[in-house]
Design a binder for this molecule. Structure first.
Ligand code: NDP
Ligand code: ZN
Length: 180
């Protein structure tokens, strides 16, 4: 499949899968905005031209959040894209605190592609916490979220200087804004 075809197909596939989901911000933005932004961050800020990684970015929350079966992704996009998606998919059968702990523990052992994707995901989520946070989150919950991402990103360092630098800028801005 041509790269452009695969990326458009991945965007459409993700849009269909996330069609009933909203982000947690006060406007309840369409969920698809987030994977689109993660893929754009990788391409524009990260200079990533690897179409398999960009497709995985578009699809990165489908298995975790929409009940998409991994086999669907393998059939439509191939085993390499699926393996990146699975590397960034939390096991929802585990309690939330355990999932959060495992993200910190496992980050250093991820593949290069999964580390890039996780960096872009955390950049976008910290940006959301700053500019369009979940409507009902207290300052303390936002603070705890930022500090948790900092622990995850500590395990992703040495992967991409520009992405890490952007994360650091947003984290510093967030810490100032939230009084940390
Ligand atoms: P959640 O995992 O519940 O929510 C954060 C996730 O929601 C993000 O990682 C992102 O994931 C997604 N998301 C959707 N919309 C937005 C948005 N507008 N802005 C940011 N993220 C969005 O959060 P946590 O449980 O981690 O809560 C943060 C901290 O608060 C924790 O450290 C916890 O200790 C504490 N806390 C938790 C409570 C709870 O009930 N869980 C209650 C009180 C405090 P994705 O990329 O997958 O979209
Ligand atoms: Zn995400």
């Amino acid at each position: 499949m041509k790269d452009a075809h695969m990326l458009l197909k991945a965007a459409r596939f993700a849009a269909e899968k996330h069609r009933d989901q909203r982000r947690k911000d006060s406007f309840a933005s369409p969920y698809i905005n987030h994977p689109l932004q993660v893929a754009e961050t990788l391409a524009v800020l990260g200079g990533v031209e690897d179409a398999l990684l960009l497709a995985a970015a578009l699809l990165h929350d489908t298995v975790e959040d929409t009940g998409t079966h991994p086999a669907e992704i393998e059939i439509e996009f191939g085993a390499e894209v699926l393996s990146i998606v699975l590397e960034v998919t939390d096991d929802k059968s585990l309690p939330k605190a355990e999932r959060k702990r495992l993200q910190v523990e496992n980050a250093p052992h991820k593949s290069h592609r999964a580390k890039l994707l996780k960096l872009a995901d955390k950049i976008c989520n910290v940006g959301d916490i700053l500019r369009s946070p979940p409507a009902d989150w207290s300052i303390q919950r936002r603070q705890e979220y930022l500090l948790w991402t900092e622990q995850v990103v500590a395990g992703l360092r040495g992967t991409h200087p520009d992405l890490e630098c952007r994360y650091d800028e947003l984290l510093a801005e967030g810490k100032r804004a939230l009084g940390l």
